[in-house]
Design a protein around this ligand. Sequence first.
Ligand SMILES: Cc1ncc(COP(=O)(O)O)c(C=O)c1O
Length: 464
Amino acid sequence: MVELCERVDGRHLILSLTSDTMSQKNTGSTPSRRHFLKSAAAGAAVAAVATPAWAHSSEQKGIALTDLANISRNRIATDEDFWHLVKQQFPLAPNFTLMNAANLCPSPYAVQETVFQYTRDIDQDASFQNRAKFSQLGVKSREALGRLLGASSDEIAITRNTSESNNTVINGLDLREGDEVILWDQNHPTNNVAWEVRAERWGYKVIHVSTPPAPETADELVAPFEQAITNRTRVLAFTHVSNISGVQLPAKRLCSIARERGIHAHVDGAQSFGAINIDLHAMGCDSYTGSAHKWFCGPKEAGVLYIRADLVDELWPSIVAPGWEGALASGTASKFDNYGQRDDAAVAAVGKTVEFHEAIGPAAVEARIRALATALKKELRTRLPGARFHTSDVPGRSCGVVIVNPGSDTDDYSDAYERLYTKHGISCNLFRTGAAFPGFRLCPHVYNTMEEMGQVADALAAEV
Ligand SMILES: Cc1ncc(COP(=O)(O)O)c(C=O)c1O
């Protein structure tokens, strides 16, 4: 195995590579790949030592995204050498295992540095002249998101999070008494309660749909939605991957059913954006939302809102601010993120985050997350034979969100949850008794190793 040893010495960060370790254990790597690993790490070591920590560019902490892209050409989802290198791109504390991607993810150095540097740049010179460049950087970020998500940049707005994006769609549609909105009962409150609050004002009817637990087939998941549709249905709003059960809905099929009937298909992608290799045009949804600070590993308080091109005119904006006339005249989704002053550094860093995903490859990111989640479930089943999962192992029925209950839904695991963090350095989430699916929520991402999946299972088995 390649060991990229990170030594933080005062303000200096040194990445070095042990060639002995490589020759002993890295027999699976090709020479060219080894060369890339070696030269990338060596370059980082040389460049990083002489520069103060605050001035480091992204390429000096972690490796350059171009180097990462070169290395990744040979990667496979289970190639631990490569994924160790990916892990090194994140500023994770030592002896700490982050399994909480459904909630909040770290940004790789490349993204962090972009936020830091642009923030400092603004603070050094907040003139209109200096900040003029952010308009173009924002355009580039939208273009990058369009590329990543299989959409046109004209269909992309950069919002502040999924909550805001969901609410923009809810407030933007023209709904009235007599209309019906179908919701999955596993939707997040921002795609659930938020519809109900508007229904009180506008008088439409909300219908909640349940799906069977631990589904094995797409049919089981599609049927309840189909049955709920009437000739009054105007909207079908669902979550791509549930944050409470981990179940992944067959989004393309549901969108196609909605499209055939002239129903607006809204997809909350908070748990798929950055985790699943998304092609929105192929999915066929009318709107899609996500948070940059979750699986995408982007800047905090940034989000994405996709509105299908021919609906941009139809939807009302939530916020109208200076620049509105131009945004409206452009006929693009920029009419939905015309907020007044933004965190320009965060918006600019969204584009850099897309470059990070492209350096690894969005399909490889998805494959890796699926491989980690599958391995985790296997390790948990071995250590905790009585454990129950709310998600199935069938490919496509879940992705990176794993909910496991080690025993009974009425057991209180609060102490075990705390000990996982304090004793084992594992961060996850616990859905307590009374939740729809009580249990531990464990969400591995590209910064986790396969070894950690076994360690997490060991720790959970020891503490429950
Ligand atoms: C499915 C889903 N939708 C929306 C949200 C809200 O995300 P944010 O807090 O980033 O707006 C979450 C957060 O966990 C979520 O899981």
